[in-house]
Design a protein around this ligand. Structure first.
Ligand SMILES: Cc1cc2nc3c(=O)[nH]c(=O)nc-3n(C[C@H](O)[C@H](O)[C@H](O)COP(=O)(O)OP(=O)(O)OC[C@H]3O[C@@H](n4cnc5c(N)ncnc54)[C@H](O)[C@@H]3O)c2cc1C
Length: 344
C-alpha cells in the first residue's frame, strides 16, 4: 500500500537533505518537511559570499576521495580529477604519498590520535587512494552536492530552531520550534539530522570533545600555478596542511588547530613553494571552526551511537557523528541518511 506518512526531517545539512531524497524516492506519496535553524541550507558544507574576497567560497574547502562512492555518485565522477600529492616545504620538493601517512591521518580524522578502528578504515581506503583522484570544492558544494537534493522536500522551513519535544511514553507527540509547535500524528516520523552539539543540548548524553579546523583563502589577480601544474598539495613540514588552487582563489586548510596561525606566514609558505618572493599580501579571508568535527579518538568513538534508533519509536538520528568507527565527513553523513531510510 502507498505510504502517506509525514516525515519531519530536522537539519538541512547533507545528511538531512539526502534523507529527504531517499525517503521521497522510496515513498513518493509521503510528505517530507525539512526544518533548518539557519536561513540557508547546507550546514557545515554551506556556500557563502565572501565580502573580503568578493567571490563565492564554501564554508571550508572540502576534499572527497574517489573511493567515497555515495558522494562521488552525487557529485559526478568527472569532477574527481585531482591527484593527491605531497610537498615537503623544507626540501621544497615532492615526497611520495606513502611517506605521508601521518599527515593523511590528521587530515581525515582531524586528530593525531584516531581510534584504531578509524585508522583501519583509512588504510582500507588509502591503498586504493594512492592511484586515485580526489574532488575539492571551490565555492561549488551547493551546485555539485546539496542544492539538487532540496527539491525532494515538499516543504523547507528555514529559520525553524528545534527547541524541544513533548512525548507520550516512548512516542514523540509534539515538536517545539521557535516558530511554534508541530503536533505529530501516530503515523508521523521524525528524523533528527542536526549536529552532535545541538543534539546534546536538546537531549543530553552525547557530550563530545571537538576539534577545530582553520581555513585561509587568498584572492590573487590570477590563478596561482603550483609545481607540476598540481591543483591540490598536502604540505609536509609546513604550518598549512593542504593547499588548493582554483581559478578564483588559493585556499589552505589546517586540521586539529591548537594555536592561532598567522595568515602572513601561511602566504609565505605558498610563495616559498612557488619560488616567488612574497612581495605583496593578497586579499584574504580566514575562517575558524572551533567545532568542525567531534574528536575522532577512542574516547569519543565509544560515545557515538551505534544505531539510528532512539528511545522514542518515532525518532531516528542521522548525521556524520552518528556513524561509529567512521570519520566525520560528507560520505558518512550520506551513509547515515541511507541507514535511517533502511529503518523507515
Ligand atoms: C572546516 C571543515 C572542514 C571539513 N572538511 C571536510 C572535508 O574535507 N571532507 C569531508 O568529507 N568533510 C569535511 N568536513 C565535514 C563535513 O562538513 C561534515 O561531515 C558534513 O557536512 C556533516 O553533515 P551533516 O548533515 O551530518 O551535519 P551538518 O552539516 O552540521 O548539518 C546539521 C544541520 O542542522 C542544523 N541544526 C542544528 N541545530 C538545529 C536545531 N536546533 N534546529 C534546526 N536545525 C538545526 C544546522 O544548522 C545544520 O544545517 C569539514 C567540516 C568542517 C567544519
Amino acid at each position: 500500500m502507498a505510504n502517506k506518512k509525514t516525515y519531519h526531517i530536522i537539519g538541512a545539512g547533507v545528511a538531512g537533505l539526502y534523507t529527504a531524497k531517499l525517503l521521497k524516492k522510496k515513498h513518493p506519496r509521503s510528505r517530507v518537511i525539512v526544518y533548518e535553524s539557519a536561513e540557508k541550507i547546507g550546514g557545515r558544507c554551506m556556500e557563502n559570499f565572501s565580502q573580503s574576497l568578493d567571490c563565492r567560497t564554501d564554508n571550508a574547502t572540502h576534499v572527497v576521495l574517489n573511493c567515497n562512492a555515495l558522494t562521488r555518485n552525487l557529485i559526478g565522477q568527472d569532477k574527481f580529477v585531482h591527484k593527491i600529492r605531497f610537498w615537503d616545504l623544507e626540501k621544497n620538493a615532492f615526497v611520495p604519498v606513502w611517506r605521508c601517512l601521518k599527515e593523511s591521518r590528521l587530515a581525515v580524522f582531524n586528530t593525531p590520535t584516531p581510534d584504531w578502528r578509524a585508522k583501519l578504515f583509512l588504510y582500507r581506503k588509502l591503498f586504493p587512494f594512492l592511484g586515485l583522484r580526489a574532488y575539492f570544492s571551490a565555492g561549488t558544494l551547493g551546485k555539485d552536492l546539496y542544492l539538487p537534493l532540496v527539491h525532494y522536500a515538499d516543504e523547507l522551513r528555514l529559520g525553524w530552531v528545534w527547541k524541544g519535544i513533548h512525548a507520550q511514553q516512548d512516542y514523540l507527540s509534539e515538536l517545539i520550534f521557535n516558530r511554534g509547535k508541530v503536533t505529530l500524528t501516530p503515523d508521523d516520523v521524525v528524523v533528527s539530522a542536526i549536529d552532535s552539539y545541538a543534539y546534546n543540548r536538546l537531549f543530553g548524553g552525547y557530550d563530545f570533545a571537538y576539534q577545530a579546523i582553520d581555513n585561509f583563502f587568498f584572492r590573487t589577480s590570477m590563478a596561482l600555478t603550483l609545481p607540476s601544474a598540481a591543483k591540490m598539495l598536502g604540505l609536509i613540514k609546513a604550518q598549512g596542511q593542504w593547499l588548493f588552487c582554483s581559478p578564483d582563489y588559493a585556499a589552505v586548510t589546517i586540521s586539529h588547530v591548537t594555536e592561532k596561525f598567522d595568515e602572513r606566514a601561511i602566504w609565505q609558505e605558498i610563495c616559498t613553494l612557488r619560488h616567488y618572493n612574497s612581495a605583496f599580501m593578497p586579499r584574504f579571508d580566514r575562517r575558524h571552526f572551533p567545532r568542525a568535527t567531534i574528536s575522532q579518538d577512542a574516547d569519543n568513538n565509544r560515545k557515538r551511537p551505534s544505531s539510528a534508533q532512539t528511545f522514542y519509536k518515532n525518532l531516528f538520528i542521522c548525521g556524520d557523528w552518528t556513524m561509529k568507527n567512521q570519520p566525520c565527513c560528507i560520505e558518512t553523513a550520506l551513509q547515515s541518511a541511507r541507514r535511517v531510510c533502511r529503518f523507515l
